[in-house]
Ligand binder design. Structure first.
Ligand SMILES: [Zn+2]
Length: 217
């Protein structure tokens, strides 16, 4: 792997930034791809850009706003503003199979930039439980991508079986604990680093960090 090139699916959040550090350790060359699909805080894209710049990796931003055409609200009403979900709910823009689409585009990009490896921060232990984030799906898509392009991609999911505390532990092992804590955006309210402290994403992130810090004592 040390001599190979990888592309990391990258949102600028805790998970994908940890994956980026993992990739930088394991591959000779790393590029990242961010999917811009409109409903995210513009700040999230900016945050991803800054991290990519700081770590000196080439950053591809793909406009996936077409997904909004398939969002539940857009299908039923065209006069509803696209909103983030209420606490704990899926955003109104959530589209089933989204990760299928994103990973497929990551595969096309990987083929074009000559990357054999695709790294994604999807996780089965995650509360979301989207079917296209599960291990069996990712393995199945890996086969499909290889058949579709007659290539031999390897999809890596370093976070698949670990919880939030273990994700912090991994960041720490990679020497990136402070970087991930200070530069990434997880908060639904768009506040970088430790966030608003109130939203479900912030609570999950903080609980994980506290559990990890506790385990060191
Ligand atoms: Zn928050």
């Amino acid at each position: 792997m040390k001599h190979d090139k990888a592309v990391v699916v990258f949102s600028g959040g805790q998970d994908s930034t940890t994956c980026l550090f993992w990739a930088l350790k394991n591959f000779k060359e790393v590029e990242v791809v961010t999917f811009d699909y409109g409903q995210r805080h513009a700040l999230e894209i900016e945050c991803a850009k800054h991290i990519a710049q700081e770590l000196n990796v080439r950053h591809h931003i793909l406009n996936m706003s077409l997904l909004n055409q398939l969002a539940p609200n857009a299908l039923t009403r065209d006069d509803i503003e696209i909103n983030e979900g209420e606490e704990g709910e899926l955003p109104s823009t959530f589209v089933p199979g989204r990760n299928l689409v994103f990973l497929s585009f990551a595969g096309i990009l990987a083929s074009q930039i000559g990357a054999k490896h695709i790294v994604t921060g999807v996780c089965e232990t995650d509360f979301s439980g989207y079917p296209d984030c599960r291990d069996a799906f990712v393995k199945s898509l890996n086969v499909t991508l290889n058949l579709s392009m007659d290539t031999s991609f390897v999809i890596h999911t370093p976070l698949m079986w670990i919880n939030k505390a273990e994700t912090w532990a991994l960041a720490d092992q990679l020497g990136a604990f402070d970087f991930v804590r200070q530069k990434t955006l997880t908060c639904y309210n768009g506040i970088i680093a430790d966030g608003c402290g109130e939203c479900p994403a912030c609570k999950l992130r903080l609980q994980g960090m506290e559990a990890y810090v506790q385990s060191l004592r």
